[in-house]
Write a protein of this length. Structure first.
Length: 84
């Protein structure tokens, strides 16, 4: 790899504002703010709006569309198409 062209890769705290949850990981991102982590060290913090803690897919609150019900309602309203 060429020297001096890659961003620095280090520990960063990602803080989910919706769920008030934070986790420490490694990333090339760096926020303008810092936070003191549980281990006593200070790390850059990046605020995110959604993460695996608050995303509906991971929390199990995702809505499943009732496509069969929608098709039946459409057929009742506008009638079935006759086959050729």
């Amino acid at each position: 790899m060429r020297k001096g062209i890659h961003p620095s890769y280090g520990p960063v705290v990602f803080r989910d504002r919706a769920a008030d949850h934070a986790f420490l990981t490694r990333s090339t991102m760096s926020g303008g703010k810092t936070i003191e982590w549980e281990d006593g060290n200070t790390y850059p913090v990046v605020d995110v709006e959604i993460s695996y803690v608050s995303h509906p897919f991971y929390t199990g609150t995702a809505r499943v569309l009732d496509t069969a019900g929608r098709v039946e309602r459409f057929e009742r309203r506008f009638g079935k198409r006759g086959g050729a």
